[in-house]
Ligand binder design. Structure first.
Ligand code: DAH
Length: 344
């Protein structure tokens, strides 16, 4: 039992010398574990004189309790230190100014498509679309534009597959293709708006892009008249350009509408008195429109004696340019965020 005194004498130094929880576990197993001196002595108690056993057992227990108390105390200290270290490592300085989050936004062309779509869905139109790589049949034939029409020439149009008129595939030159696609696939009545991308061999300038967007409208039902067309376009102009706008329709020619017209909107910048925006005449040309030609109905399998309808189509870039006073369409495809940042 002299060894026990020696152990107790050096114990607190050893326990306090443990600098980590792992160290302390090692010290604990050395002092109190199965092979520790105290446990060896306990196992030997049976060999003692029965009269000496209680006192020796009590002494061992007391020593074990004392060691355990010291170890538990040290463990609490080490645990607190570990927790403090974790907190210090993890410290978040809430006073550091945050990094600014750069917020993205839709491109003006997307915004314009969304806005025009909203204007027409509000009066019951559905949004329709069609492929950009289109058959010449949907782009031309179905729209009363026969094979000999100049706009079908290879040099006018971007063909992906050119040759046999039946399988000609081209990048669509207009969203009017969706008129034919929608009517082919469903019976009347039809009220659709089809926004989408189109392609032409135009040279880039302030008002032309070879890749651009159009929106196409089509309404077909019994008894639709030119007055309905005019009312619908006036509604669109007032929604998109402001409640003061008036429109006028000038005779024009399009193969797939008869009669056809060009729609002008009174200049929002000068209210019709003439200014730079409208080229001094008070009106801005906006889109093409007309009553659907009976030949188009026949091409898609509608009976022209049952239904009438109107169609209209305009450029997305064009209406955005007019409304926002963008002098050069090329800004819309420039890699310069300052353009886009103006349109929230
Ligand atoms: N597709 C014509 C174009 O690209 C625009 C157009 C004119 C569309 C008259 C129509 C329409 O639906 O009726 O120039």
């Amino acid at each position: 039992m002299q060894d026990l005194d020696a152990i107790l004498g050096s114990a607190s130094e050893r326990i306090d010398g443990a600098s980590s929880l792992e160290d302390l576990d090692a010290v604990e197993s050395e002092l109190l574990g199965r092979r520790s001196y105290i446990n060896q002595q306990r196992r030997g108690l049976g060999k003692l004189d029965p009269a000496d056993r209680p006192a020796a057992g009590a002494r061992l227990q007391q020593a074990a309790d004392q060691l355990q108390g010291l170890i538990d105390g040290r463990r609490r200290v080490l645990e607190r230190q570990a927790a403090d270290r974790l907190l210090a490592d993890d410290l978040v300085d809430v006073t550091v100014p945050r990094r600014p989050v750069r917020q993205g936004r839709s491109h003006l062309i997307t915004q314009t498509i969304d806005e025009i779509s909203d204007i027409f869905t509000a009066i019951g139109y559905q949004i329709a679309d069609g492929p950009e790589a289109e058959t010449a049949w949907h782009n031309f034939d179905a729209l009363n534009t026969p094979w000999w029409h100049p706009s079908r020439l290879e040099s006018d149009t971007m063909y992906l597959d050119y040759g046999d008129p039946e399988d000609e595939i081209l990048l669509r030159t207009q969203t009017s293709t969706v008129q034919a696609r929608v009517m082919e696939s469903q019976p009347p009545p039809v009220y659709v708006l089809a926004p989408g991308r189109c392609y032409r061999t135009d040279t880039i300038d302030a008002t032309h892009l070879p890749v651009f967007h159009q929106f196409e409208g089509l309404a077909v039902a019994e008894g639709i008249t030119f007055a309905d067309l005019k009312g619908t376009l006036a509604y669109f102009a007032r929604q998109y350009f402001g409640p003061e706008r008036t429109i006028r329709l000038l005779p024009h020619f399009f193969p797939f509408t008869e009669p056809s017209a060009e729609m002008h909107v009174s200049c929002f910048a000068c209210d019709g008195s003439g200014c730079r925006v409208c080229g001094n005449n008070g009106w801005i040309e906006l889109l093409g429109c007309g009553m659907v030609d009976p030949n188009v109905f026949e091409a898609v399998g509608y009976d022209p004696s049952d239904v009438t309808g109107f169609a209209f189509g305009g450029g997305i870039e064009r209406v955005a340019q007019v409304r926002h006073g963008i002098h050069d369409m090329r800004h819309l495809i420039d890699n310069d965020l300052r353009v886009n940042e103006q349109f929230v």
